[in-house]
Design a binder for this molecule. Structure first.
Ligand code: PEP
Length: 250
């Protein structure tokens, strides 16, 4: 059976103290042990949270990004190996904000995925079309390209360490959510693309998360879709009660 996952992408929010308060509230309010919960705080907090969170069943900590080379003179950047050595188990790669604001290319993202897997991190790889690609009916092509360029070179055993997050760019942080029909259509398309490449049995093991203004009000109908295995949550993950309600929406 595929894992049900709810992941919290805090982005560049929270101080250490605020983050600790939020994490404690999430852990103490957690009632759904069947759902994997991954917290992606600012990287500076990974070490601190890895030790406290990992004692709790079903909780994991990850980083929001890494650099695309192994090590070296890249002031200010963080390597996949450093992230793994701090106790992180997961990493977000290819978030649309990284693609848009930091101009990350498909080639760099591919290198990041390779490094993440080399250092035994599960990569949460984000795909999603821009508004104009949705409006001009190019959304399937856009997402298929993102899969082919960055993760479809992986072997059958490697692809099992990838979680895919479908995050339509027009829905991230905008309050606009994909309808359950739009989400299911794209998730089924992604699973079919994975099945064509790796076979149906492997494709059925890949968790595909929805992200983009997912919140406590709309999570239930999104998670009810056959190919939606949970969510990557931005804004709504910054409030414990809201995040917990989302984890209880399966
Ligand atoms: C995200 O950044 O991955 C995200 C889904 O953000 P939001 O939930 O705020 O749209």
């Amino acid at each position: 059976m595929r894992k049900k996952i709810v992941a919290a992408n805090w982005k560049m929010n929270k101080t250490l103290q605020e983050g600790k308060t939020l994490v404690n509230a999430i852990i103490s309010g957690n009632s759904n042990v069947d759902v994997t919960k991954i917290i992606f705080p600012p990287s500076l907090f990974v070490t601190e949270f890895a030790s406290s969170i990992k004692e709790n069943a079903g909780f994991f900590v990850g980083a929001q990004n890494c650099y695309h080379t192994e090590s070296g003179a890249f002031t200010g950047e963080i390597s996949a190996s450093a992230i793994a050595s701090c106790g992180a188990t997961h990493i977000i790669i290819g978030h649309s904000e990284r693609r848009q604001y930091f101009h990350e290319t498909a080639e760099q993202l591919k290198q990041k995925v390779n490094l993440a897997l080399k250092h035994k991190l599960v990569a949460v790889y984000c795909v999603g079309e821009k508004l104009n690609e949705r409006q001009t009916n190019h959304y399937f092509t856009a997402v298929k390209n993102q899969l082919q360029e960055v993760i479809f070179h992986l072997s059958e055993s490697e692809i099992k360490n990838i979680v895919i997050a479908y995050e339509p760019v027009w829905a991230i942080g905008t309050g606009l959510t994909a309808s359950p029909e739009q989400a299911q259509e794209m998730h089924a398309f992604i699973r079919l693309a994975a099945a064509e490449k790796y076979g149906i049995s492997i494709a059925n093991q890949i968790s595909i998360l929805y992200g983009g203004s997912c919140n406590a009000k709309n999570a239930k109908e999104l998670f009810a879709c056959a190919d939606v295995d949970g969510g990557l949550i931005g804004g709504a993950s910054l409030v414990a009660e809201e995040f917990l309600q989302i984890t209880n929406s399966f």
